[in-house]
Design a protein around this ligand. Sequence first.
Ligand code: EPZ
Length: 430
Amino acid sequence: MLQYVMKGGNPLVGEVEIAGAKNAALGILAAAIMTDEPVVIDNLPDVSDIRVLLKAIEDIGAKVERINKHKVRITSDSISTVEVEFDYIRKIRASYYLIGALLGKYKKAKVALPGGCNIGTRPIDQHLKGFKRLGSENTIEEGGSILAQAKELKGAHIYMDMISVGATINVLLAASMAEGRTVIECAAKEPHVVDVANMLNSMGADIRGAGTDVIRIHGVNKLHGTEYSIIPDQIEAGTFMMASAMTKGDVTVTNVIPKHLEVISAKLSEIGCQVEEGDDRVRVIGTPVMTHTNIKTLPYPGFPTDLQPQMTAVLSVSSGTSIVTESIFENRFMYVKELNRMGTDIQVEGNAAMINGVSKLTGAYLTAPDLRAGAALVMAGLTADGYTIVDDIKYILRGYEDFDGKLRRLGANIVAVSNEEEIKEFKQRY
Ligand code: EPZ
């Protein structure tokens, strides 16, 4: 199994170019199949989640041509089935965006129910509620698949019971080709929701208000081809900004939209880092002693839950006591016990972690329970004295393109290894 081995102690210094946003790309790839005309998508992150979804799209009969590793042309005039194999949902939950896309275009979709994962049960009741309000009949088939079908989809006024990124995107997809007007109240406002809406509008959809609490859609009966480039990944950018702070480095993230990073820049400034914003870049200069702060994860524009593990790692080596409250997922502190094995002093009570900052971390053998926690453990390993191994990096590879390569170019001593021999070689070299 692939692992990262690293030796801590080097401050990260230099520039790192941020890839396209994975969580926008997943919705945008689903939107691409809603027309029979060719759709070219650029700035795709080269990560396993994207490769899996492209394979799922190909398997239902669409043509997928890789122009390069960040650019693809999808032509969906040859889709032969509206049934998405269980295997794809098992691998990535977000293949459920194909329900909204297929339901919108063909008024029928059959996709396996996604399971929960390490950070929570993650039901999809809000997705199904939205489809139902549009006129879909959702039935749970044997083996845990959802069959969503409708004679016709009609616009509706939909009130979400909670702010859900996935449900907002999925309903947006279906509603874009429903007859008449749809209003989504309590919509998620994340940048990637706005990116999916902009992509659909570039295909001839009529969507207004994305990025606010209320999205208004006037359905169209046909969408056309387009060329679209995905926004930069706010979460990858935030991860590198925090890695700079934690290693007391000086890193500039480039190809970003600073507005999407405002809450992260504000929090890093609050704990003593120097943060300089440019047009498409943000520079974070660490400080010898960071101070404590409190964090509560919230839907955008609040502090992103996907940066909660990384910020907890930063606060674990900041002076004083910080409190991090996770309000989005019910089980997103699994990684804390791994951090505590490196000498951090963090107590988790329910959905809050109390962090007493320490001055030193010691390398350890760690297991990454999920994608963002994995990134946090790597950050801690790059800060700790001695060697750290992070196991199970398949999660990290789902959402970070060339993660160890980008870190090495910033001065980190880290490599991906697959056996003891390679670990030994690394330890002889560093
Ligand atoms: C998206 O997940 C992201 N994934 C997550 O990023 C991110 O953490 C999350 O949004 C919040 O920003 C993708 O975009 C592929 P939600 P999603 O629906 O859409 C509950 C990463 O690391 N809920 O906004 O699944 C849900 O259980 C991943 O890239 C329901 O109860 O998140 C959660 O507690 C991790 N019923 C809360 O709402 C529903 O029908 C927010 O979930 C839907 C959601």
